[in-house]
Design a protein around this ligand. Structure first.
Ligand SMILES: Nc1ncnc2c1ncn2[C@@H]1O[C@H](COP(=O)(O)OP(=O)(O)OP(=O)(O)O)[C@@H](O)[C@H]1O
Length: 251
């Protein structure tokens, strides 16, 4: 998948050959993102060096304001660093212009949010097929062939024709997971994905994501305060004041 995508994203010469260690899917190199200037300057991310291996199930954690969401936005090509590099799936994002960043995001990044962000007037099936329609170039049959197995995998095939408001919170998050996965992203970014779920449902959703991580090999990167997310993560990156203050490997 990533090979095809590399050729589809029209990046400047040299941009796809950013040096990465063999198994790394994400690298931040002396990455800084600051806001404002002078005395009012805030370094949301401050000189971070981080290597995330392919297939990781990793949580960025730390107190409010420590830079978790900013890191996710940088990795997801939503935002660009003030200095330093962000290399994702072999592409140095700093070499991309705005249009190329959008293209990159569309092709290679999946997002899951705490608010689910489903389109209320579209059915489950329509919500999940949306990223493929936006990507374009696929027939109805090809879209169905991609959507149906993912819906089955997240346990929602029987609810495919319901609207989001006819689903529980956990079911809505499953739709969001299916929608993020359907385009087979290189990296799946989840910003506080359990914040709106009760602990039982949060466990179900984290268990599902872990299974998907194991079966598809998709890299999951979370931003979360939730101790449950930390329990499931196999690697914790602790942030404070925009800096990495610790990395913990777990089972
Ligand atoms: N667009 C912005 N303009 C100015 N300052 C910002 C902006 N975005 C983030 N910041 C600041 O950067 C710092 C890091 O913010 P960030 O949202 O990344 O933290 P966080 O760890 O995700 O916090 P939370 O857990 O509360 O979501 C904070 O001090 C925040 O106020």
């Amino acid at each position: 998948m990533s090979q095809n995508v590399t050729s589809q994203v029209n990046v400047p010469a040299g941009a796809t050959s950013a040096p990465m260690s063999q198994s790394a899917i994400v690298q931040l190199q002396q990455t800084t993102r600051s806001y404002g200037s002078g005395e009012a300057m805030v370094k949301a991310v401050d000189g971070v060096d981080l290597v995330i291996p392919k297939g990781a199930f990793l949580a960025l954690t730390g107190p409010s304001g420590s830079g978790k969401s900013t890191c996710l936005n940088l990795i997801g090509a939503i935002d660009a660093p003030s200095s330093g590099k962000v290399i994702v799936d072999g592409v140095d994002l700093s070499t991309l212009n705005a249009r190329q960043m959008t293209e990159f995001r569309k092709e290679r990044i999946g997002f899951i949010f705490q608010e689910f962000n489903l389109i209320p007037v579209l059915t489950v099936h329509e919500n999940v097929q949306l990223p493929l329609q936006i990507k374009g170039g696929l027939s109805r049959t090809q879209i169905a062939e991609l959507v149906d197995p993912v819906l089955e995998r997240v346990g929602l095939k029987h609810l495919a024709h319901r609207l989001p408001r006819q689903l529980s919170g956990g079911q809505q998050q499953r739709v969001a997971i299916a929608r993020a996965l359907v385009k087979k992203p290189a990296v799946l970014l989840a910003d506080e994905p359990t914040a709106n779920l009760d602990s039982h449902t949060a466990r179900e959703i984290l268990g599902l994501m872990k299974e998907l991580n194991a079966s598809f090999g998709t890299t999951f990167i979370f931003s979360s305060h939730d101790p449950l997310v930390m329990e499931y993560a196999t690697r914790l990156v602790r942030l404070r004041d925009g800096k990495v203050i610790g990395i913990e490997e777990r089972g």
